[in-house]
Design a protein around this ligand. Structure first.
Ligand SMILES: Nc1ncnc2c1ncn2[C@@H]1O[C@H](COP(=O)(O)OP(=O)(O)OP(=O)(O)O)[C@@H](O)[C@H]1O
Length: 362
C-alpha cells in the first residue's frame, strides 16, 4: 500500500498557537510504522494533539483507513476515536496493578470491537511477570512497556507514540526497541512514531514525515528520504542511510555476520537472525570514506565498488556529502571539501567506498 492509496491516512491541519504556525498536509500508508521527525519545537506534539482531537482545529481534515474523523463541521471527539496514545512518560494509574491498568483501558471498548486480545498485548510486550505489580515498583522501561500494552489493549485503529523512549537511558532504550520491532512485525496497526533520533527511526520505521517549523518538508519511503542530500540540513550530524540486506553467512570465530547487499557483501557484528533473514543496517555518512583505487592492506573489512550520483554541501563547514550508487542500494559519504578536490570527485565517477568497520560492529 502506498501513501496515496484510497486507504491511506490523510491529515490536513492549519492552526496558529501564539507565534507558532502549523500548516500540515500529510498522507501516510495505513500499514507499518511512520516516523514523524523534526527538531524540538517543529510541531510534532502539536500535530499529534490535532490528530487525537485534543486541539480544536476548525477546517481540519482527517481520514484514517477509509473512516473520516474530521471534515467541515464534523469533528469526532477524542473519546470516540479508536486511538492508542503513548506519551514520553508512562502515565499509569498508581493505585491500580499492571493488570488493572490494562483491563481499565480495555473495558472502555465494546466487546465486539476488541481486535487485540489482552493476552496478545501482554505477550508482545513481555509483561506477563509484571501483571500483579504496582507501577511504582517498576523500572522506567517496564512502565513504558506497560503503557504501550495498555495503548494496544484499547484495540486502536491507529497508534500514536510521542517519543516513547525519550525519558529512558540508553540501556532501557535497547531493552524496549526489540518489543517495538515485534509490534511492527506482528500487529496490523499503523503507528505514527514521533522521534528526533534518526537511529531509532532507522530501526523501526518504513515511512517518514519530516516537519520543520510547522510544515512538512518531506514525506515518503524511509530509505529514499534518508538518502536525500537536500534534507542534510534537517538531519545535520546524523546524515546516513539505511541498508536492507539478507544474512548470507555467520562467522562465529570472528563474531561476524556477512550480509549480501545486491552483488556486494557487508560484514557486521554477529547477528542473532538466521541465514536468509532480512535485516537493516544504518550507515552514517561520517563512517564512509572514498578511495580512487581498490584499497589493499587495509584494516577496513567493508570496501565496496560505487558510483558517484551527486554531491552537496554538508551542514558542517569544509565538508561535503557524496551520494553513491552501490547497485541495489545507496550510501552517503561525508568527506572534506579538500579531499573532494584532491580526488576530483564528480557525478558518474567510479570509485571505492570504505565503511569503517567499527561503525558496523556495534
Ligand atoms: N498552547 C500554546 N501556545 C503557544 N505556543 C505553543 C502552544 N503549544 C505549543 N506551542 C509552541 O508551538 C511550537 C511547537 O511545539 P511542539 O510541542 O508541537 O513541538 P515538538 O516538535 O513536539 O517539540 P519537542 O520535540 O521539543 O517536544 C513550540 O514553539 C511551542 O512553544
Amino acid at each position: 500500500m502506498t501513501a496515496n492509496s484510497a486507504d491511506a491516512i490523510h491529515a490536513r491541519f492549519a492552526l496558529r498557537l501564539g507565534t507558532f504556525a502549523l500548516d500540515v498536509d500529510m498522507q501516510i500508508p495505513s500499514r507499518g510504522v511512520t516516523a514523524l521527525f523534526g527538531h524540538s519545537g517543529s510541531g510534532k506534539t502539536t500535530l499529534l494533539r490535532c490528530l487525537a482531537g485534543l486541539v480544536a482545529v476548525p477546517g481540519g481534515y482527517l481520514r484514517v483507513a477509509g473512516d473520516v474523523w474530521q471534515k467541515g463541521a464534523m469533528v469526532r471527539p477524542t473519546h470516540r476515536r479508536p486511538l492508542g496514545y503513548v506519551f514520553q512518560e508512562a502515565s499509569l494509574f498508581a493505585h491500580l496493578s499492571v493488570r488493572e491498568n490494562l483491563t481499565y483501558g480495555q473495558s472502555r471498548v465494546p466487546a465486539a470491537q476488541r481486535r487485540v486480545a489482552l493476552d496478545t498485548a501482554v505477550e508482545l510486550l513481555g509483561i506477563g511477570p509484571l501483571l500483579d505489580r504496582r507501577p511504582e515498583g517498576l523500572s522506567g522501561g517496564e512502565r513504558q512497556r506497560v503503557a504501550i500494552a495498555r495503548a494496544l489493549a484499547v484495540s486502536p485503529r491507529w497508534l500514536l507514540m510521542d517519543e516513547p523512549l525519550a525519558s529512558l537511558d540508553f540501556a532501557r532504550k535497547q531493552e524496549i526497541l526489540p518489543y517495538l520491532e515485534r509490534l511492527h512485525d506482528d500487529l496490523d496497526i499503523p503507528v505514527l512514531y514521533v522521534s528526533h533520533a534518526p537511529d531509532e527511526i532507522a530501526r523501526l520505521a518504513d515511512h517518514i514525515v519530516v516537519l520543520s517549523e510547522g510544515q512538512v518538508v518531506a514525506q515518503g519511503d524511509l530509505r529514499e528520504t534518508l538518502a536525500r542530500l537536500d534534507l542534510a540540513g534537517t538531519f545535520a550530524n546524523d546524515v546516513g542511510v539505511v541498508i536492507e540486506a539478507a544474512i548470507a553467512q555467520h562467522d562465529d570465530a570472528d563474531h561476524l555476520t556477512q550480509l549480501s547487499v545486491g552483488a556486494a557483501c557487508l560484514y557486521v557484528s554477529r547477528r542473532p537472525e538466521a541465514i536468509g533473514h532480512r535485516v537493516r543496517v544504518r550507515v552514517h555518512a561520517s563512517d564512509v570514506s572514498l578511495s580512487l583505487q581498490q584499497p589493499q592492506g587495509t584494516s577496513i573489512l567493508n570496501v565496496l565498488p560505487a558510483q558517484v550520483v551527486e554531491l552537496a554541501d554538508s551542514p558542517v563547514p569544509g565538508q561535503v556529502l557524496v551520494k553513491l550508487d552501490l547497485g541495489q542500494t545507496t550510501l552517503i559519504a561525508r568527506i572534506s571539501a579538500r579531499s573532494r578536490d584532491h580526488l576530483a570527485v564528480a557525478p558518474g565517477q567510479r570509485l571505492w567506498a570504505q565503511i569503517k568497520s567499527v561503525a558496523l560492529l556495534r
